[in-house]
Design a protein around this ligand. Structure first.
Ligand code: PGA
Length: 253
């Protein structure tokens, strides 16, 4: 059975106490399921509490939302991949659209962050996605492939195969307007084809969709063979909606 990954991006929500309570409530009602992996991306100071709460659950992992590309140094306010790993993270989100567009993070920086994540033993999840004006101009494929090339440019084929990609159209994030399953699947197909030509023959990339995923649209999106799971913001912030998404059946394939 192929892997299904459900990742919760809490953004700047949930300190250690609220994070711990949410993970406890979710895990109490969500038993491990063959082929399904859960991931939590809390704010960095909440990492240890969330890690502790998830202890003993091999289907659950915890990641940091952003890392600096340097291992250490005079970078006030930044967190290195090594420090995040020491705090219990095993994953790192890289190139989220809010990092790219609100903090002006460049393609080149995402590439360095992916390399830094690997160097510290973290699994990177690279986010890619186009702006609405880029989609309207028919430039979606060009933008997504440019972000992939830059984000993965520092890796060899074996490492490339281990990076999870999250396709998140910027216009769908936090707007309540999700990409249609068919539109998302088309971009996933492009991403997968690009990766296939750069990774060992037997590998199958894990490509997630993100952008206004909700209990109402999760089943239709996950029914697409191209979609291996979700990166979810708003609907992952409270137990009921997150549990409902986690219960989405994935057609066997
Ligand atoms: P959203 O956010 O689910 O609230 O649209 C997704 C994300 O930013 O990863």
């Amino acid at each position: 059975m192929s892997r299904t990954l459900f990742a919760a991006n809490w953004k700047m929500h949930h300190g250690p106490a609220a994070g711990r309570a949410l993970v406890r409530a979710v895990l109490a009602r969500c038993r491990p399921q063959e082929g399904r992996e859960l991931l939590f991306f809390p704010p960095a100071p909440s990492l240890p509490a969330v890690v502790e709460e998830a202890k003993g659950r091999r289907d659950v992992a915890v990641g940091v939302q952003n890392v600096h590309w340097e291992a250490k140094g005079a970078f006030t306010g930044e967190v290195s991949a090594g420090i995040a790993a020491e705090a219990g993270a095993t994953w790192a989100l890289v190139g989220h659209s809010e990092r790219r567009h609100k903090f002006r993070e460049t393609d080149e920086q995402t590439g360095k962050k992916v390399v830094a994540a690997f160097a510290a033993g973290l699994s990177p999840m690279l986010c890619v996605g186009e702006l609405i004006e880029e989609r309207r101009a028919g430039r979606t494929e060009e933008v997504v492939l440019r972000q992939l090339a830059a984000g993965l440019g520092g890796l060899d084929a074996a490492a490339t195969a281990r990076v999870v990609i999250a396709y998140e159209p910027v216009w769908a994030i936090g707007t309540g307007v999700n990409a249609t399953p068919a539109d998302a699947a088309a971009v996933h197909h492009t991403i997968r084809a690009w990766l296939q030509s750069r990774t060992p023959p037997a590998s199958r990339a894990t490509v997630l969709y993100g952008g206004s995923v909700s209990p109402a649209n999760a089943a239709a999106l996950l029914a697409e063979e191209e979609i291996d799971g979700f990166l979810v913001g708003g609907a992952s912030l409270e137990a009921e909606s997150w549990l409902s998404i986690l219960a989405t059946p994935r057609p066997s394939r």
